[in-house]
Design a protein around this ligand. Structure first.
Ligand SMILES: Cc1ncc(C[n+]2csc(CCOP(=O)(O)OP(=O)(O)O)c2C)c(N)n1
Ligand code: SF4
Ligand SMILES: [Mg+2]
Length: 319
């Protein structure tokens, strides 16, 4: 058995155990998102994270649904599963349950996560299995060309609601902070790469399901939504705390700051409910919450036992 197939079976022995991974070890083909699309920035931050944490490509899994953002796994040289619209979470949680040795990332659009996938979203938070879940929120159905999504601002004109979106936009942070057994909620913006990277790194290091909403520009359809905030840093407030995210290189530009202890869920809910300001940082973190993948970790069985079990199952159907 080669080292590679051995590592795929989860025995922990892989290719060139001691080698150092570089960015090129994770880079897939050139991404086909529109020029200026915020998804490019998220991909770059994720590649930096993979290098910084030296994650082994064959032990790393990106799971997505369907949408522009969900093309993410194609552009990485890790394992990936570009699945079904709204179903990234069920695929990811099952992978993590059966292969706890893998590092799992979930990539979803706002339609994917907050609309068709909403039921899976809430339950995945409650299951709190160790993984990083990224919501690339451009406030629109991008791939299918500008339909209203749950996070489209009220009054914003789309192809589906040309007179303007009827309803107040859904607040993903408030939903998450109200979900039972939530353990990590953060918000960042792709146009502030240093904050994006620091947030993803904190999420990766969290011991449970880390949910990160990434405000994402879609210059094709919703360019106007974040235009002012991109140009005027005073419209963005950074949440700061010793247990939060520290990004010293932003000190000179992003001066609007608010101390917030991520252990305080009541304060986190208040900050999330007030949508007048764009707030970035860790809203909530609690590493003591139960993890379904720890409670239900499958018993370790040797490769020989696994083969014997498969043969016994197949023998039932022998003619
Ligand atoms: C079951 C199902 N319903 C609808 C679609 C059509 N569809 C594909 S992507 C998409 C929305 C994509 O929007 P979002 O999830 O926000 O991702 P974005 O393209 O904005 O990154 C829809 C409705 C589909 N592929 N499958
Ligand atoms: S349509 Fe929007 S989200 Fe999709 S690739 Fe283009 S800019 Fe990005
Ligand atoms: Mg979208």
């Amino acid at each position: 058995m080669s080292d590679l197939s051995c590592s795929l079976l989860g025995c922990g022995i892989g290719l060139d155990d001691d080698r150092e991974y570089e960015r090129s070890d994770y880079e897939g083909p050139v991404a086909r998102w529109c020029p200026g699309c915020g998804d490019h920035s998220v991909l770059t931050a994720v590649q930096r994270l993979l290098v910084a944490e030296q994650l082994r490509p064959e032990q790393t899994m990106f799971v997505s649904g369907i949408g522009c953002s969900s093309r993410f796994p194609h552009y990485l040289k890790t394992y990936g599963f570009h699945g079904i619209h709204g179903r990234a979470f069920p695929v990811a949680t099952d992978i993590k349950l059966h292969r706890p040795d893998l590092t799992v990332f979930v990539v979803m659009g706002d339609g994917d996560c907050c609309s068709i996938g909403a039921a899976h979203w809430v339950h995945a938070i409650r299951y709190n299995m160790k993984m990083v879940a990224m919501l690339l929120d451009n406030s629109i159905y991008g791939l299918t060309k500008k339909q209203t999504s749950p996070t489209t601002p009220q009054g914003f004109k789309t192809n589906r609601q040309p007179a303007g979106s009827y309803l107040p936009q859904l607040n993903p942070l408030a939903v998450m902070l109200g979900a039972t057994n939530v353990s990590f909620v953060a918000q960042t913006a792709e146009w502030i790469p240093a904050h994006l990277y620091a947030t993803l790194r904190a999420a990766y290091q969290h011991n449970g399901l880390a949910f990160v909403r990434i405000l994402q520009r879609c210059p094709m359809y919703t360019g106007a939504i974040y235009e002012r905030a991109v140009k005027d840093p005073s419209l963005v407030e950074l949440l700061v705390h010793d247990d939060g995210i520290t990004v010293p290189e932003l000190d000179a530009v992003y001066r609007e700051r608010r101390g917030h202890d991520p252990a305080n869920i009541a304060a986190a809910r208040e900050l999330a409910d007030d949508v007048e300001k764009i707030r970035l940082g860790v809203f909530f973190r609690d590493e003591t919450r139960v993890r379904y993948d720890e409670l239900r970790r499958p018993a370790k069985v040797s490769a020989a036992t696994r083969v014997a079990l498969i043969n016994a199952e197949l023998d039932k159907y022998a003619v």
